[in-house]
Design a protein around this ligand. Structure first.
Ligand code: FCB
Length: 392
């Protein structure tokens, strides 16, 4: 029996662009056409169906839900703030609260307004100010019901895909620009952190809890080769810890938000790798990697919230064993006094997986993209028992 703390957060994560549909003013809407990708179109129609989706989450005994705000809806044209869209997200927060689901709100989950990107995106000297204007409006509007804020989702993944590999908008491939963006995102976070805290103070609200969603990747070296070991400790620092160190030095994290999916092994041709299972996107399944990362995070002495962990698979039994195995590793870390406060599975619904389109299936709930019908998978039912009793 694996018991979790009584007040543990249990639920799922989503992001606006990946579930809402019809995000006409976002950079991704343009990008899909530019690169001839599968269009997100109506997506899961979650923008209209959110109440019904939250009913399902409630019925599955979740007590938390992470979603993101689409900046391009709030500010479709530079300087024009659409109050009806802020109202929409207020309604989303109210609907979650009515169902006893704690809202965890992400301000930026990869997508940006197209006008912002056409003006140079994060490279524009005014980028951070633009972002803060948006953050201010949203936080003013939603502070009444939100305690947990995530400023930016996976900043390093965004930089890598959008400015280094160039497969996400704006499609740049430049090391120098990547460094510039890194600095901008760090600044955007720190200033948003201060702004959010200031707004809560002015309104006499309890202090909010603000963080980022940090993608952590396991790096596992299967040899004693010192060169391999050096490469991996360097990668581990660059991808996993450099930004956390920067943000913590600036006292701008109230807890650590963690997204964990997979691991990278060296050497890549090792025979041992043939025994390690993969998901249907070819990502290694390696729950032990989460355990070692959690132990490394202990040094920061902050609460840790698992904000994403999930698998794309056509085999729902595999999804269930994935969840079980990761929860066991989390439990093991808690026993070692790592302060994990919650676990959100990615994702509530099958959704739009960026350049890969709709074929990956990450959902606890299946979505039929013709009828938009939802079907609760067995893994969701198994997970709901854990959410209910806080034990496995
Ligand atoms: C994470 C992203 C999320 C989703 C999952 C599969 O890196 O934060 O939007 O695409 O991967």
């Amino acid at each position: 029996m694996f018991e979790f703390p009584k007040d543990f957060w249990w639920g799922t994560s989503t992001s606006s662009y990946q579930v809402e549909g019809d995000n006409f003013y976002s950079d991704w809407w343009w990008w899909e056409k530019e690169r001839d990708l599968e269009p997100s179109g109506k997506c899961c129609r979650h923008y209209e169906l959110y109440k019904q989706d939250f009913d399902l989450a409630k019925a599955l005994n979740h007590n938390a839900h992470r979603f993101s705000i689409e900046w391009a809806r709030i500010e479709p044209k530079k300087g024009f703030f659409d109050l009806s869209q802020i109202q929409h997200y207020r309604d989303v927060v109210i609907s979650l609260r009515e169902r006893n689901l704690e809202p965890i709100v992400t301000l930026n989950h990869f997508t940006l307004p197209l006008w912002f990107v056409k003006e140079g995106g994060w490279l524009n000297k005014k980028a951070v100010d633009y972002f803060l204007h948006y953050v201010e409006r949203v936080v003013e509007g939603l502070s009444f019901g939100v305690h947990f804020w995530i400023t930016i989702n996976e900043p390093i993944v965004y930089i890598y895909q959008s400015y280094f590999k160039g497969i996400w908008p704006p499609g740049e491939r430049s090391f120098l620009k990547s460094i510039k963006i890194y600095k901008r995102l760090v600044l955007a976070h720190i200033n948003s952190y201060k702004l959010i805290h200031r707004i809560y103070k002015e309104k006499n609200l309890n202090p909010p809890l603000v963080s980022i969603a940090k993608h952590l990747r396991g790096f596992s070296c299967l040899t004693r080769n010192p060169y391999h070991k050096f490469i991996f400790s360097f990668k581990d620092y660059l991808f996993n810890f450099m930004m956390l160190d920067d943000l913590i030095r600036n006292k701008s994290l109230d807890f650590i938000g963690v997204n964990y999916y997979t691991v990278e092994f060296l050497p890549k041709n090792s025979l041992q790798l043939k025994d390690i299972p993969k998901n249907n996107l070819g990502w290694f399944i390696y729950p032990e990697g989460l355990y070692s990362l959690l132990l490394k995070l202990k040094r920061y002495n902050l609460d840790i919230f698992i904000l994403e962990n999930g698998i794309s698979t056509g085999d729902d039994n595999q999804r269930w064993s994935f969840i079980e195995a990761h929860l066991k590793q989390i439990h093991k870390a808690i026993e070692k006094k790592v302060r994990v406060i919650g676990y959100l599975y990615w994702s509530l619904l099958d959704n739009f997986e960026w350049e890969k389109g709709f074929s990956p299936r990450f959902g606890l709930i299946e979505v039929d993209y013709q009828s938009f019908r939802r079907t609760v998978r067995r893994s969701a039912k198994n997970f709901s028992k854990i959410c209910k009793e806080s034990k496995l």
